[in-house]
Design a protein around this ligand. Sequence first.
Ligand SMILES: [Fe+2]
Ligand SMILES: [Fe+2]
Length: 314
Amino acid sequence: MTVIVPELVVVENNNLDHKEEINKEEEVTKEEQQDLKRDGGFEVPESNAFGHSFRDYEKESERKESVEEFYRTNHINQTYEFAIKKKEYYEKLDKTEMSIWECCELLNEFVDESDPDLDEPQIEHLLQTAEAIRRDYPNEDWLHLTALIHDLGKVLLHPAFGHQPQWSVVGDTFPLGCAFDENIVHHQYFKENPDNDNPLYNTKLGVYTENCGLDKVTMSWGHDEYMYLVSKGNNTTLPPAALFIIRFHSFYAMHRSGAYRHLMNDEDHEMLKWLHVFNKYDLYSKSKVRVNQEEVKPYYLSLIEKYFPAKLKW
Ligand SMILES: [Fe+2]
Ligand SMILES: [Fe+2]
């Protein structure tokens, strides 16, 4: 099967200007940059499963401990079996019905108060990312919409929705059913993951074959995978590169560190170019560029209408 990947037109200079401009405008300090680093990495927590409040931290060391504790729990509990069960449960899409915009609003209700990296409503982050990309890639409307929806899977955290624990919604994602690569953040905690001792899952290829393609791979469960299932299950007409971005934007070991190349096929490499483009904007847009929501809303509603049904199953 041939997958059509939109051609990537490199706008390097444009991007550089944009970066400089944002950095100048926002005077992002080095310390703040540290906090901006990972979108899928560590975003939402107000309090984690252990009752630590991330907003209360006075000391950087406390924060680091909390983040580390988060990843310890994540790495111990994300097993091949766990991810498959979650996928089977959520891909039924029988939980509720709502539009993309309704989901944005639902997410807005609570994430804005809880994300130590974002002191603005979640929708601001989504629109900032989308608008920054739109400015540099005006013709790729699919990419603008991808930016708007990439984090909507976080509704799994919402008390009125999934109310799932943080460790199963946010954080870096990674393949299951094969060995954990040492480039995954806090790799040491996989020692306590039962899959690590299972000979079926602890070899380089595990249950996979060489260059089988990432679409064959079971990823750790989180907001990325969920939004991918929702998009696909509702027959979005977004191109494959959009689904690739949604599904793998927190897969830092792959797109940042170059790990797991042995599972990727040629199409993955093509789509990875777009993920790299997207990722730059996802990070930089966690700054204080204001977006006039009312002004841009009609544009995004028109994109939603173009690529999605009016009501989606979730
Ligand atoms: Fe994001
Ligand atoms: Fe994300």
